[in-house]
Design a protein around this ligand. Structure first.
Ligand SMILES: NC(=O)c1ccc[n+]([C@@H]2O[C@H](COP(=O)([O-])OP(=O)(O)OC[C@H]3O[C@@H](n4cnc5c(N)ncnc54)[C@H](OP(=O)(O)O)[C@@H]3O)[C@@H](O)[C@H]2O)c1
Length: 268
């Protein structure tokens, strides 16, 4: 039994991607438009969004209304999120919102930097709360007619504490917990919820990493995995399985085994 309605047919569906100017969000935006959806894409880089929209719309048959819409936005600005959400909702019922905005800088306790920690918190977690605040009443209101789906992009880095993940990891753990709680609260009210936990994906976010990233996949591969997970109606979408299964196993270990295992695997 699937935990969410299966999403196989994107024709006529409207999706708001928050954080799709590059990386996983951008690949997802391209794939969804190619699958027939209308995609509204938000992030700060207005020109990158417009370039994506122009390129996507140019692939549509002449006379077809544009299905790629750029809506620039900074998720840390609650008022801007409210205004953008109103723009999105004015275009008709929303079938899905994907919170993909993310920020990562490695940090260890020995280099604790409060401003950086709060920057992660504001982009990765509080931004998602701004989006929920702006959308939830409308999504609940439309649910009987058009059931919506909220999908939050977290990470395997949210499973447990990891070295160098002091600023990033806790925000991703919070997103997983938030998605679980939203699911319990919204499942019976016609709003589906899913959480996406990727392993390593080759994007601008991971480009500065100097260590070997096991089972690294491309952003396009990640987008295909996400579409597959939504089509199956999964609550948790995680990939690539070769890597995420190991992370899930580590999640089950008692602390006396987990800490030495992580030290051995990372050398930190
Ligand atoms: N790459 C991986 O290995 C990996 C693994 C697990 C999870 N993830 C998660 O996947 C998501 C996408 O990351 P990615 O790897 O594709 O990295 P990315 O290419 O750097 O994408 C991050 C996106 O977030 C947007 N963003 C950042 N700050 C923002 C702000 N203040 N307001 C609005 N948008 C903002 C960026 O757009 P602008 O700069 O234009 O604002 C960009 O579109 C993130 O949540 C990340 O944590 C990535």
């Amino acid at each position: 039994m699937s935990l969410n309605p299966r999403l196989n047919n994107w024709h006529g569906k409207t999706v708001w991607i928050v954080g799709g100017s590059t990386g996983i969000g951008l690949s997802l935006a391209k794939s969804l438009v190619a699958s027939g959806a209308k995609v509204i894409n938000s992030a700060r880089k207005a020109q990158a969004l417009q370039d994506w929209a122009d390129a996507c719309n140019a692939t549509l048959k002449t006379g077809t209304p544009p299905r790629a819409v750029a809506l620039p936005l900074d998720v840390t600005n609650a008022q801007a999120v409210q205004a953008a959400a109103q723009t999105v909702l004015q275009q008709g019922p929303l079938d899905m919102v994907v919170y993909c905005a993310g920020y990562y800088q490695e940090m260890r306790a020995t280099g604790f930097d409060l401003a950086e920690v709060l920057r992660h918190e504001n982009i990765n977690y509080v931004g998602a709360l701004h989006v929920l605040d702006a959308l939830l009443p409308a999504l609940l209101k439309q649910a009987a007619v058009v059931p919506a789906h909220i999908s939050l992009v977290s990470s395997v880095a949210g499973f447990r504490g990891l070295p160098k993940s002091l600023a990033y990891g806790p925000t991703k753990a919070a997103l997983i917990n938030l998605a679980e709680t939203l699911y319990l609260d919204l499942q019976d009210l016609g709003v589906a919820v899913s959480v996406i936990n990727p392993g390593f994906v080759d994007t601008p976010l991971t480009a500065p990493n100097e260590f070997h990233m096991p089972s690294l996949i491309s952003a396009d591969q990640a987008a295909q995995e996400i579409l597959k997970g939504w089509a199956k109606g999964e609550f948790e979408l995680h990939f690539p399985k070769k890597f995420t299964h190991v992370m899930k196993l580590l999640r089950l270990l008692p602390y006396r085994l987990y800490f030495p295992a992580i030290r051995k695997m990372t050398g930190l």
